[in-house]
Design a protein around this ligand. Structure first.
Ligand code: CP
Ligand code: NVA
Length: 307
């Protein structure tokens, strides 16, 4: 694996290898066994959007791998003043061993990889959030001891997180149902690609506007904010249109008895999820957040490590 730009670019073997290495690194980490797989290496972390989990988990992850991370806010680097991706990629490739970028356009991440000579890791774009889906599937695996044949349901906005979950489901053979309000469905191209990928593993991917139908029989139920970064002006309209799409105790009643609840966070209690669910017996959201650290260390080791 050279980069991690989107999960549609990787194979089921890559996907399984990331989770396997993440489990090993997590176990070693808990036992205090050092694993300096990236000793002396430097990761640049470009952010053009806010972050708590991504920023901290990548920085701590690099430190635990024996390297270091540089936080590069777009407010401070010349990219924010109009320097091109082409020049940025070329220059940063001379200093760094890898770049993690969180930004708006998926094509900017692709261009960094195209013009630079170092591994590029996608830390979220408007279209995808691959590191998140990897952490989510690790969390499900830890709970259920398998992925293939389970059912994950996503309720809410068809967004970057949903798209990466669809690719992860397709890669791992997990069935996925997505319930979105009309007009907030997933990107058509992503859906077509995920459906084609799913043919190889037998994953069944379904799309509906009916949350109760979607949640029926689910092993895990997932939601995300209705208002993603960059959509702040749409908040009032979205809150109206998403009425009926809150994951609450009643909706969880349609899932399996032992179903878990996941959310990439940050969460907005009383909107996409009720307090009773996110703070209740179903919730695994903090294990899920922790797993960002472990899967990203695996991704960094596999892309930036000595081959
Ligand atoms: N889930 C996630 O990516 O969180 P941050 O926005 O805090 O990085
Ligand atoms: N869909 C959300 C995810 C945040 C981690 C956003 O893009 O803002």
């Amino acid at each position: 694996m050279k980069h991690l730009i989107t999960l549609k670019d990787i194979t089921t073997d890559d996907f399984n290898n990331i989770l396997k290495l993440a489990i090993k690194l997590k176990d070693e980490n808990k036992k205090g066994i050092p694993h300096h797989l990236l000793k002396g290496k430097t990761l640049g972390m470009i952010f053009t959007k806010s972050s708590t989990r991504t920023r901290v988990s990548f920085e701590v992850g690099m430190y635990q791998l024996g390297g270091q991370a540089l936080f590069l806010s777009s407010n401070d680097i010349q990219l924010g003043r109009g320097e091109t991706i082409y020049d940025t990629a070329n220059v940063l490739s001379r200093f760094l061993d890898g770049i993690m970028i969180r930004t708006f356009k998926q094509s900017d991440v692709e261009d960094l990889a195209k013009y630079g000579t170092i591994p590029i890791i996608n830390g979220l774009t408007d279209l995808t959030h691959p590191c998140q889906a990897l952490a989510d599937f690790l969390t499900i695996y830890e709970e259920k001891k398998k992925l293939e044949g389970l059912k994950i349901t996503y309720v809410g906005d068809g967004n970057n997180v949903t798209h990466s979950l669809l690719y992860a489901a397709a890669l791992s053979g997990m069935n996925m149902s997505v319930a979105t309000p009309k007009g907030f469905e997933c990107d058509e191209e992503v859906v077509a690609t995920a459906l084609a990928m799913a043919k190889k593993t037998g994953a069944v991917l379904e799309f509906t506007n009916d949350p109760e139908k979607a949640v029926s029989g689910a092993d895990s139920v997932y939601t995300d904010t209705w208002v993603s970064m960059g959509q702040e002006s749409e908040k009032a309209e979205k809150v109206k249109k998403f009425d009926g799409y809150q994951v609450n105790e009643k909706l969880m009643g349609y899932a399996k008895e032992d179903a878990i609840f996941l959310h990439c966070l940050p969460a907005y209690r009383g909107f996409e999820v009720s307090e009773g669910v996110i703070d209740g017996r179903w919730s695994r959201v903090f294990d899920e957040a922790e797993n960002r650290l472990h899967v990203q260390k695996a991704v960094m080791a596999m892309t930036m490590g000595d081959k």
